[in-house]
Design a protein around this ligand. Sequence first.
Ligand code: LLP
Length: 436
Amino acid sequence: MKQELFSNHFAVGNNGCLVFDGLDLVQAAKTFKTPAYFISEAVVRENCRAYMRAMRQQFGERFKVAYASKALCSSFIYPILQSEGLNADVVSGGELYTALHAGFPAQKLHFHGNNKTDDELLQAVQCGIGSVVIDCLDEIERLDAVCRHLEKKIPVLLRVKPGVDAHTHEFISTGHNDCKFGFGIEDGQVFEAAEMLSRCKFLDFCGLHCHIGSQVFLKEPFGIAAGVMVALFARLNKEYGFSLRELILGGGFGVRYMPEDTPVPIPEMVSYLGQCLRESCSQHGIDVPEIVIEPGRSIICTAGVILYTVGSVKKIPHARTYVSVDGGMPDNPRYALYQAQYDACIADRAAQEKSEIVTIAGKCCESGDLISRDIPLQPARRGDTLCVFSTGAYTYSMASNYNRLPRPPVVVIQNGCGRVVVRRETYEDLVRNDVI
Ligand code: LLP
């Protein structure tokens, strides 16, 4: 049986090895060592273009696609985003610093966070950030004070909980009412915040924001949330006399991790959003405002693979087979956190049938340190290169040094060649900040 490959960016070379966008992954494992993150620039650009094209079709020129930096934040990503015409969001001083360090224009950034520090607010206003998404009442006063001090007026939006259940893992679902992010509508908090904003000379209240959750596979929750947000938008403009002009509808569009996953294709998702927005706006008698979306995972996830080297292969009678690799939860904590599952392949024998069911384990002293549980795989041998698919999002950006493992490098694939854009940490890096 011919083994299905993860996507059309993968092929099997004449030597039987897995090739990703022209790069032989077994050779790449030798060149760059393992574990290592690989990101295909072509796939990132393809996803950016799909969003830009679909949004332009729906909203003409009144839209922005803002990449959610948290999915993978490192200097190399920003020039790619900029050349594709995207904006970006940041959620911390560190992400903001990275984007600016990479030369991304501050004006094209907006700043999120449920507990921004005074220092972060100062940093954001000082650099001339595009806008700040306000998450709690005291942030209004603190941001106004910073702006008054610097004599700079900045655009702000209110983060709103639209009260929508996104049908995703509880920890990555954020639109319902009992959630730490944003202001409620029913409890009146968003109106209290709006009134406070109307008294702040240095804050230009320009719009509303919501984000219902992440890795959402259904279209409908996005449509429902858009309807709730448009109603609130219209009410604030008509009844309260504001002049809001921007509506950010967050990210969260699901991607394919496992062969059976069926995410909504980008053009279909965006066209559904467009249709829902036009309907709600006409129902409330307003023009469609400038629409912003914040996809993170759906831009970077399928662009990435992680390569590991197989170490011990332990067959436990009447239990399972553990294939242990030279990384694990420090480079990809998503199984440990969310029981996330991944598809994988032995890159050395990519065309061979996946005739075994195995559990891929990391090398940490923790039984929960798995990468994927009970998945089909080619028979694995010590020294094989294991490729784990769809690992571009929330892996490097959530990596740690648990068990003192140095963080792997990030290698960007461009025209069939790999280029290190984040170097591998060394043991010296590990002790760099230790004070003796
Ligand atoms: N906008 C806001 C305000 C967000 O909080 C997020 C994600 C996004 C956009 C981007 O969502 P995306 O398109 O990437 O799904 N660590 C978790 C995901 C946490 C997502 C947090 N917020 C995971 O590994 O699944």
